[in-house]
Design a protein around this ligand. Sequence first.
Ligand SMILES: [Mn+2]
Length: 384
Amino acid sequence: MRILHTSDWHFGKKAPVIDSYERDQVFFLEQLSRIIERENIDAVLCAGDIYDSGKVGGDAMKLYTRAAVEICSRLGKTFVVTAGNHDSPDLLTACDELLEKAGLYVRGRLGSSLEPIALGDGKTEVYALPFFQPGEAAAVLENEGIRTMTEAVSAVLDHIRAGWDPGKKHILMAHLSVSGAELSESDRTAANSAGEDGHVIGGSSSIRPELFAGFDYVALGHIHKPQQLAPGVCYAGSPVKYSFGREEKQQKGVWIYDTEDDSLRFEPLAQLHERLSLQCSHEEALSRTDLDNTYLRLELTDRVAGMELLNEMTERFPLLMEFYGMKPLGEGVSTSLSSEDVRTLSPRQILGSYLKDVYGAELEDDLADQFIAALELAEKEESR
Ligand SMILES: [Mn+2]
């Protein structure tokens, strides 16, 4: 059996400027179909966070439906989906018994996921764990001693291993933070467990890769950077670059695991839009003509941010998602204006002196004009 492992699609995720990442996600689904056909994949596993939230709109649901119909109906493959922390288990598991007849297996809660899903070769079993809390494990396993997440995962895996047929291949799906995993800025929830170096903290109470001993392959979701933590223990990561920072340079992709020879391969995914954080002068920014198709975070190092400048940059870079002007000179820098100056100088002179002291910048005419206009408007409002 050839298994394709993906996760963290985050359909319905909102985006600045472009509203949603739908076009990027469609671009991913098209690549996914081609990979499934070309690589003779038998089963596709998506380890949680199909949706970005439990309250997604119709467009996101259509996209998921499109993926499921493509994989199960047109391509005739098995598709296993688990609920991540962003998903609504109830939304995902609607009509689940009917869907199984079509090859789509959905697991939303821990209780129903402890029984394996038998794949077509009769020799491979998938244990598809959704995101869960220690309390759920304590209730399902009737073990009140379970308090922490590590105890919960450990008890659930012991329970599974105690009941399985040792003659078969065992694949685990899970949606959680495993120690040592490298995080990205779009890992909103997992970031709570991050150390200063941007990795999930290890230690005695953390979920270590060794906990998964005995499974032939572990298909993880939750962390957005694709990575292999230990032999056969992998995060697939999100298929789309959802944040600036570390994620800009990541190679997105899916894992392909073959149960016949235990081989594991990373299949890269292309991006419809690359992402870039650019920190440069106004002049350098204007010289870039290659960024029309790039999600951009721009910081100009020699201009104070104002509406006029923002408008200029927005026109120049259609996919500008974040914009910053120059930063103040440093902590504790303040203006040299005296109270006498404030009384005697004109508003334009006061602003000019402030920008020079705090930013080291010259006052430009357009910014001064906007400032004066705003001031006059405020005065008019006040005198009404
Ligand atoms: Mn996620």
